[in-house]
Design a binder for this molecule. Structure first.
Ligand code: NAD
Ligand code: AKB
Length: 321
């Protein structure tokens, strides 16, 4: 088979997508790449691994040629809060990086996965049961790059016949790798602080409602979308997907049912609160259910139970090392 290349593979999603792809397609058929240069022992642990800066077209071209790549999962990007702190860099990585990926895909006929986000919507979007097709006027640089990315992927599909596919992902909750500078990071931080300290100071207000998903469901969704029969996909770029719509107060209550005495207080970060307030509270993901069988397994309670159990095991193992 032609191999799979993952950009931004050392991030929150890549840390779990790469092992899942390798389990399905074979270790040597999945090339992990990232901007980060790893020491030889680190690179060997996740081999095949290579340094790749997606803003450098020749590096992408060389990797795709050398490894006979047929599919690219393009994860490299700056997330919403990091992007707002460095808008010019965010444009360069998120837009030029995607453009370079699409151009190399055009040259070599690769299939491309592009992760869009709830950040592709803005304050004028209907905030509840946000439709698949609706107003997209985001007010963050992250959102601007996500909408432009969706459109660019659509363009490469219709103009050049490139098999581009995408998801509008909600905030992802996971325990393997830390999140990388997003607005929904509070949800992951809350779990770590609950296990370590029994208390957490949240940077979003108690009633800020956003969609979330547990990472195993996100990984399954990405792989299922990429394997779906092409003719069934009415919306290539990108499908709304969600699993639970929660507030910090509701997440704290769910954790407290397992961690007695857990408390949360609030110190609002105005930048991230403004970003969250411009995003939908819940997405309508019926098109994903209908077109390619999207079916998340984890609701708030199931995710919380699994997340706490795995995090406790992970942190205990780290302590005993
Ligand atoms: P992350 O920040 O954890 O990881 C991104 C990775 O990209 C990092 O390892 C970083 O080193 C790498 N990177 C940065 N600049 C690069 C460059 N120039 N070339 C190559 N690599 C570079 O992000 P993530 O959470 O894994 O998200 C991956 C993708 O999914 C992003 O496009 C993000 O917008 C999208 N997404 C994530 C979430 C979420 O909650 N995690 C939600 C919606 C969408
Ligand atoms: C972020 O908060 O930036 C991401 C996202 C929802 O796109 N987690």
């Amino acid at each position: 088979m032609a191999t799979i290349l993952v950009t931004g593979a050392l991030g929150q999603i890549g840390a779990e997508l790469v092992p899942a792809l390798r389990a399905r397609h074979g270790v040597d058929n999945v090339i992990a790449t990232d901007l980060k240069v790893l020491p030889p022992s680190g690179a060997a642990a996740i081999a095949p691994y290579g340094h790749l800066d997606c803003t450098e077209p020749h590096q992408l071209h060389e990797a795709v040629r050398r490894y006979d790549v047929g599919t690219i999962y393009h994860l490299a990007a700056l997330l919403s809060a990091s992007a707002e702190a460095a808008p010019q860099l965010a444009w360069s990585v998120n837009m030029n990086g995607l453009y370079n990926v699409l151009e190399v895909a055009r040259g070599y006929g690769c299939q491309v996965f592009f992760p869009s986000s709830i950040g592709a919507f803005g304050p004028t979007t209907p905030r509840d049961a946000t439709p698949q097709v609706t107003v997209q006027r985001p007010t963050t640089i992250y959102g601007v790059t996500k909408v432009a990315g969706e459109l660019l992927c659509d363009y490469y599909a219709s103009r050049f016949g490139i098999d581009t596919r995408g998801l509008r992902l909600p905030g992802l909750i996971s325990y393997v790798a830390a999140p990388g500078g997003g607005t929904t990071d509070y949800a992951v931080e809350m779990f770590y602080h609950a296990v370590r300290y029994g208390r957490y100071t949240c940077f979003l207000s108690a009633d800020t409602r956003l969609d979330m998903m547990y990472m195993p469901d996100a990984i399954t969704a990405m792989m299922d979308l990429m394997a779906a029969e092409s003719g069934r996909l009415r919306y290539r770029n990108a499908y709304n997907v969600a699993a639970m719509s929660v507030t910090p107060a509701e997440l704290a209550a769910a954790i407290a049912r397992h961690v007695p005495g857990f408390t949360v207080d609030f110190e609002i970060d105005p930048v991230r609160q403004a970003i969250a307030d411009s995003w939908p509270r819940s997405l309508d993901d019926s098109a994903a259910h209908h077109d390619w069988g999207f079916a998340p397994r984890y609701d708030l309670e199931a995710m919380t139970t699994d997340m706490l159990a795995r995090l406790k095991t992970k942190l205990a193992a780290a302590r005993n090392r």
